[in-house]
Design a protein around this ligand. Structure first.
Ligand SMILES: Nc1ncnc2c1ncn2[C@@H]1O[C@H](COP(=O)(O)OP(=O)(O)OP(=O)(O)O)[C@@H](O)[C@H]1O
Length: 350
């Protein structure tokens, strides 16, 4: 088992800074996702870990060894791309076997590995076909199978499920996770799909414009985002500005906001006098027992099945709440409560 250590990596393309001082430690057997919007540097970082790109400065360690200058084929990693990079003249079976042959694996074991991944990825009936006789989703699964069959110390994935339909994507996600866990492989997975990142990962690295915004478990990212970027990128959040007035009791902060004075509970003190705060739409309660309440006008409602999405406005400050049931019409004034524990203190206002 090998961990990956990324230390102070910078990457410049000419004058453009693609990665700025990125550091990250991935434990052996851990599944870590790089998540962020298009162009934030996820693929560049993955290419640096796999050895296809050498960083402008900084270091990569795999299994305790500095591999920054080691070529990709000499690192025990397998990279599974979004574009499949299959050998067009080889059958599916031979594509899956290629890396195993290069590794010098015995025939019996090769056959066993291929049968195993073919079954896991529902490719048993495709083994004799050539890549151009497969659908896009099947090609993507062959590419994935090729990486999984190798069982390298570190598995690297770049949006490997982008061409699968929703149902197959769910199944393959579970398979990837099962194989990775059962062989205790270290995995680094790139996606811009936050639902995928939350569902699959031990920890998620949220990236923004070449920098790491936050590294945390999915639960932590959702409930305790550190910045408004993270709060907004992971699920839905109401983000507003607040001025810190003081500490009413230890860990209970009084804030002045557009919604009036609010109390927020946080063991860590606010990072400045003027900060952003957020809360999740489902954190508010209509008819709640909490003393801290807010009155606002309903501007739109959208029925979602087991809950209703309410859009509210208080003197120009707009926000959303999710409630299980509501008997109110657009234009009505609604009172809802918001517990201080549900309000998260974010970064200083720039
Ligand atoms: N070889 C290169 N030369 C110049 N600029 C590059 C090069 N490779 C990447 N970049 C730039 O670096 C930035 C990060 O690219 P990268 O592919 O890492 O983004 P990403 O987060 O993976 O995006 P996506 O989700 O769209 O794949 C982009 O602005 C891209 O244009």
């Amino acid at each position: 088992m090998s961990g990956v250590f990324i230390r102070n990596v910078h990457m410049r393309f000419g004058r453009f800074v693609a990665l700025e001082d990125v550091s990250l430690s991935v434990a052996p057997g851990e599944f870590v996702t790089l998540l962020g919007p298009s162009g934030c540097g996820k693929t560049t970082l993955l290419k640096i870990i796999s050895g296809f790109t050498v960083p402008t400065s900084g270091h990569i360690e795999i299994g305790g060894e500095d591999v920054t200058q080691v070529p990709p084929e000499k690192r025990d990693t397998a990279l599974c791309f979004q574009s499949y990079a299959l050998f067009p003249h080889l059958s599916v079976n031979d594509n899956l076997e290629f890396g195993l042959l290069n590794k010098g694996m015995a025939r019996g074991e090769r056959g066993q590995r291929i049968d195993e991944v073919a079954a896991q990825l529902a490719l048993e009936l495709q083994l004799a076909k050539l890549p151009n006789q497969l659908s896009g989703g099947q090609q993507q699964r062959v590419s994935l199978g090729r990486a999984l069959a190798m069982r390298p110390k570190v598995l690297l994935f770049d949006e490997p499920l982008s061409n699968l339909d929703a149902k197959l994507r769910d199944q393959v996600r579970i398979e990837i996770r099962r194989i990775q866990k059962s062989h205790a492989l270290t995995a680094i997975y790139v996606t811009h799909d936050q639902a995928e990142a939350l569902a699959m990962s031990d920890r998620v690295v949220v990236m923004n414009a070449g920098r790491v915004e936050q590294v945390a478990t999915p639960e932590e990212l959702y409930h305790a985002p550190r910045t408004s970027f993270v709060a907004d990128f992971i699920g839905n959040a109401n983000v507003i500005d607040a001025a810190v007035l003081g500490e009413d009791k230890p860990g209970l902060w009084r804030l002045q906001t557009e919604l009036g004075q609010l109390q927020a509970r946080s063991a860590a003190p606010p990072r400045a006098k003027e900060i952003r705060i957020c809360w999740r739409p489902e954190a508010a309660e209509l008819d709640g027992t909490e003393a801290q309440s807010i009155e606002a006008r309903l501007t739109h409602r959208s029925f979602q099945g087991h809950y209703t999405d309410l859009f509210l406005d208080k003197e120009g400050c707009e926000f959303r709440i999710l409630v299980p049931q509501v008997h109110a019409d657009v234009g009505d004034l609604l009172r809802f409560t918001l517990a201080p524990e549900k309000i998260v203190l974010l970064e200083p206002v720039a």
